[in-house]
Design a protein around this ligand. Structure first.
Ligand code: ADP
Ligand code: MG
Length: 657
């Protein structure tokens, strides 16, 4: 028995009316969706002249039963829904029963199909909605639809078509999206005789991305897999550094359907804030799976927009999915000598240790404010330090074992502390041998002090995580701060990027408070009428950016205080730029726009690469960066630091294998 029925008038009216076929791309979309609904896992699309003169869609789906063939071309004829209630849970891509009737009424269409339950196929031809022929055909199970001369009978429509190339590009775009939405289907797209896309159909989203966007983009993406309140998110998002200048590579698929979703877009952008530069957009291919009842696809005739019954859960799920992927993959980078940059594996096993500082070029004395545990372990002589380094290597192996058994950092710390003290004692004993006595004489007192104080503190439980200890090694090219941390690694910091990020965070968090500096002499800024008007009605926005700005009358502002670090010469141009920006974005100046301003101020205020900085400034940046592991990228999305482990260095110098 046939499965197609003509919808009753009421149901038909419930389906939002609309033109299905606007251009070749929309016809192709409908035809491919029919193939997908028919269960095909292999679909070939071919076009000539942008699809205007020829398009063909061939699938290996279930095919159409002979008795259904003619019905399929009637308006509102569908096998996919039957009753009004069915509209509430649409699981197929099509449901309106309009596509075949619409396309066949504006073209010369040929259908070749064989249903899986039938021996003989059908060849049906229909021109401008009029049947031309209906006959048997020997063909494999599945369906081929060939559409020739689209709009041949509506010249007015013809005129609206763009050049072949543009129409062909629109078709390609549709196929890209569909290929990304159905990685389980092998697609082939032939354009003017050339095969331009093939996807493997191996059900891996990454493979589809690879075919559609190419290797570089695919490799620059990180996986997303998340579930929140029954909403499943699966797919890929570009790494922050690979963000794009626009949203054209943001792809959202809801239950296998490509959609434009402001909610999902906003969630991605919110999650990327702080990692992706303002004005750039992460590329993404995100499959969102949710109960069919939760969405209403019957909104837009082309069904590109869907309406969620409730937007919030979608936003939350997408936001958390993206955020958690970025966080997972967002670790500070470790560099190795073979030129690779790898994710920070050593961070996973690293933990605070009692510190024995090595003397550095700049820091002869321990810091006065160092916690007690650090103060007692003052720098000892370089020979001892070297020995300790080697013992350290052995320890690090132990550390991993201890760590996996006992995740409590305090316990590890005390075990280590004991071990460390034993080591120190051993070394001290060694050093007290006569022939070395002379060399270490000046430090002897210190060593004894260590021993004494250790005895006092050791039995006490340690309640506080010892602060990481950084030692400034120097600065390269007046740009990269080099610090040594915990005797275990070297951190190389881009001073501008790091400082910029810190200022940006501070401005954002404190909305300018506490970041303003009174100017010795106020600065006046003359603005265009438009910018002036916008500025004086938004003076609070300047305040949020640490500027104290007042209306000075007659198109002039007076600036009494400005953000710290901001160069005097930059004050005027910053204010002009901000005023211009506010004027241009009058309607929606909050949140995202403020971000642009914070970003701008941070960039101008931050220490510049190439400029000379004091030791204190460099250490201040290094310490702040170390204190806040979330600072990983500058607002442009570039990394703020790279890490090289002592282990890696020692491996390179053959100290360890
Ligand atoms: P809809 O997809 O909204 O149901 P269409 O006009 O696109 O409406 O298609 C009408 C009917 O024709 C479908 O419901 C389906 O039963 C049948 N059909 C169309 N294309 C195919 C195909 N490629 N394979 C199998 N059946 C098809
Ligand atoms: Mg359809």
């Amino acid at each position: 028995m046939g499965v197609i029925n003509v919808l009753d008038k009421h149901v038909a009216e419930l389906i939002a009316a609309g033109e299905v076929v606007e251009r070749p791309a929309s016809a192709i979309k409908e035809l491919i969706e029919n193939s997908i609904d028919a269960g095909a896992d292999n679909i070939t699309v071919e076009i000539q002249n942008g699809g205007i003169t020829y398009m063909r869609v061939t699938d290996n789906g279930c095919g159409i039963m002979r008795e259904d063939v003619k019905l399929a071309f009637l308006p509102h004829a569908t096998s996919k829904i039957r009753l009004e209630d069915d509209l509430d849970s649409i699981s197929t891509l099509g449901f309106r029963g309009e596509a075949l009737s619409s396309i066949s009424s504006v073209s010369r269409l040929q259908l070749l199909t064989r249903h899986k339950s039938e021996e003989i196929g059908t060849d049906y031809e229909i021109n401008g909605g009029e049947e031309v022929s209906f006959s048997d055909a020997g063909c494999p199970v599945g369906t081929t639809i060939i559409v020739r001369d689209l709009f041949y009978n509506i010249p007015a429509r013809m005129k609206f078509l763009k050049k072949d190339r543009a129409e062909g590009n629109a078709v390609a775009n549709v196929i890209d999206k569909i290929a990304l939405s159905h990685p389980e289907i092998a697609f082939t797209f032939i354009r003017d005789g050339r095969r331009v896309l093939t996807t493997s159909g191996d059900n891996k989203i990454k493979s589809a991305i690879y075919s559609v966007y190419g290797r570089d983009l695919a490799n620059g993406m990180i996986p997303v897999s998340y579930e929140l309140n029954g909403i499943k998110i699966r797919g890929y998002i570009s790494k922050p550094v690979n963000a794009r200048p626009n949203r054209s590579m943001q792809n959202f698929f809801i239950n296998g359907r490509y959609v434009r979703s402001g909610t999902a877009s906003a969630a991605v952008e919110e999650a990327c804030k702080g990692s992706v530069m303002v004005g750039k957009y992460a590329a993404c291919v995100l499959h969102i799976k949710l109960p069919y009842e939760a969405i209403d696809v019957n909104v837009h005739p082309a069904k590109i927009e869907v309406r969620f019954i409730n937007e919030r859960p979608i936003f939350d799920a997408v936001y958390h999915a993206v955020k958690s992927s970025l966080n997972k993959n967002d670790e500070r980078k470790e560099i190795t000598f073979d030129g690779k940059v790898r994710n920070d594996a050593i961070y996973a096993i690293r933990k605070p240790k009692p510190f024995v500082a090595a003397p550095s070029v700049f820091e002869k004395k321990p810091e006065p404010q160092a916690p007690v545990a650090e103060q007692v372990k003052k720098p000892i002589d370089p020979i001892a330090e070297l020995d300790l380094g080697i013992i350290d290597q052995q320890e690090s192996v132990l550390d991993v074992a201890v760590h996996s058994e006992t995740p409590d950092p305090f316990e590890i710390y005390s075990k280590e502390a004991i071990k460390r003290e034993q080591n120190i004692n051993r070394i001290v004993e060694k050093k007290t041998e006569e022939k070395l006595l002379a060399d270490i004489a000046p430090e002897k007192e210190e060593i004894e002090e260590i021993e004494e104080k250790d005895e006092i503190i050791e039995p006490k439980p340690l309640f506080e995580r010892p602060k990481n200890k950084l030692i400034l090694v120097g600065e390269a090219f007046n740009t990269y701060i080099i610090v040594e941390k915990n005797d275990k690694e070297i951190i190389i910091i881009d001073k501008h990027a790091a400082h910029e990020r810190m200022i940006y965070e501070k401005l954002k968090k404190e909305k300018g408070a506490g970041f303003s500096q009174l100017l010795l002499r106020p600065v006046t800024v003359v603005l265009s009428k438009n910018d002036y008007e916008a500025a004086i009605s938004n003076l609070d926005m300047f305040r949020e950016c640490a500027f104290d700005v007042e209306d000075f009358g007659n198109g002039t502002l007076i600036v009494r205080s400005a953000p710290q670090y901001l160069d005097l010469n930059d004050i005027e141009s910053s204010v002009i730029e901000m005023a211009g920006y506010i004027a241009r974005n009058k309607t929606d100046i909050r949140s995202e726009k403020m971000d642009w301003i914070y970003h701008n101020i941070a960039c101008r205020s931050a220490i510049k690469g190439g400029n000379i900085s004091t030791k204190e400034e460099l250490m201040d940046i290094a310490n702040k960066l170390d204190d806040d592991p979330t600072l990983r990228y500058c607002p442009h999305g570039r990394p703020v630091c790279v890490v090289m482990s002592r282990y890696e260095l020692e491996k390179q110098f053959g100290r360890i294998q």
